[in-house]
Design a protein. Structure first.
Lengths: 242, 111
């Protein structure tokens, strides 16, 4: 190879040795992966929105009535707060959105414990990393348990047949289909997040990262975990609130 | 990295967690506000319904700003990384607009 003079100014040349974005390869790739996952979840939520607004609302077909008089029918799209109003151990009470509010709190809380584990990693504080990772794992399992309860309640229903992929007591079949697919896809992310968190906790406890001299793995898995929380924030808004 | 390795035997550093807990409370309060909106503004009028939807969407983006900025640390990364992550999200807007503009009429006519 003959050397040839480059017209590129010296300060714009990357000569290797330094990370171009000042983050490790793994962390950068985690960001790129999360970006692709953003599109997947966007596709799901956008299709939910389009199908939802292609159906009339309860008010459209019953102009004189209030949302408070809502009754489920396959003719109109359900009002979420009239569907998700059950809380474990409080059978028969109408507590709209309370349980999903608790689930949101659990996920926000496990997000803050995750970022505290990352912070402890920066300080090379092994005991603190373990403590906060354990809280995060606990939060993840609590969320998954809550979701299992919510699914079970949704499937068994309120005595009018419940809901599955082909029939749905709360409204059009598409509503149940989207519910299972979107919350299920998110729940799968939570499950894989919990598994990753357990692996990281195991490695941290065995001193793998202490020996390595840095806790970057905690940061990478932390990014994934926060993303799962971020997706829930959007699912909560577009599925339960709007 | 050198100072990190030395730190193993050194005295423990103090945790820097003030900002993290602050963001936790912000997220919690915004979620509480969303609940208040959900039950205080009636969807019976078109105005109420669209006001609610707009407020929910704005608050959701405020929350995601805090999650991505502070929890995911993106606020403190180099500009090149920030733009690498944020710019492609514009395609989501395109996604929405294209589907609503080109397919909206068709989807609406199905039901």
């Amino acid at each position: 190879m003959s050397s040839h003079a480059s017209s590129t100014p010296d300060n714009l040349l990357w000569k290797g040795g330094v990370q171009p974005m000042r983050v490790g390869y793994g962390k950068l790739m985690m960001w790129i992966f999360l970006l692709s996952d953003t599109f997947t979840f966007s596709a799901l939520l956008i299709s939910y929105g389009l199908v939802r607004f292609s159906y009339p609302t309860f008010k459209d077909l019953n102009p004189g009535q209030s949302i408070a008089d809502f009754v489920p029918s396959t003719e109109w799209w359900p009002t979420p707060e009239k569907v998700f109003e059950a809380v474990p151990l409080l059978h028969g009470l109408s507590l709209p959105l309370v349980f999903v509010g608790i689930m949101t709190f659990i996920l926000i809380f496990s997000s803050v414990t995750m970022v505290l584990a990352v912070e402890a990693g920066h300080r090379m504080d092994k005991a603190d990393v373990e403590k906060w990772m354990l809280w995060t794992i606990l939060g993840g399992f609590t969320f998954l348990g809550s979701q299992a309860w919510e699914w079970s309640h949704f499937i068994h229903g309120t005595g009018a047949g419940g809901a599955n992929l082909i029939s749905n007591e709360y409204g059009p079949t598409a509503f149940a289909d989207f519910f299972f697919f979107i919350t299920g896809f998110h729940g799968t992310h939570v499950l894989s997040g919990v598994i990753l968190n357990i692996l990281i906790f195991y490695n941290a406890s065995n001193g793998v990262y202490q020996k390595r001299g840095h806790y970057e793995m905690v940061e990478k898995v932390g990014l994934y975990w926060h993303f799962v929380d971020l997706v829930w924030v959007f699912v909560f808004t577009f599925f339960y609130l709007v | 990295m050198a100072e990190h390795i030395e730190n193993i035997d050194a005295e423990k550093q103090k945790p820097q967690t003030k900002e993290l807990w602050k963001v936790f409370w912000i997220l919690l309060i915004i979620t509480a506000v969303e609940f208040v909106i959900a039950f205080q503004i009636s969807s019976d009028s078109d105005f109420g319904k669209w006001l609610k939807i707009s407020l929910f969407i704005i608050l959701t983006f405020v929350k995601s700003f805090y999650i991505v900025g502070t929890f995911m640390h993106l606020k403190h990364e180099v500009k090149a990384l920030i733009w690498t992550v944020v710019l492609p999200v514009v395609f989501v807007l395109w996604f929405i607009l294209a589907l609503v503009y080109y397919e909206g009429g068709y989807i609406g006519s199905l039901k």
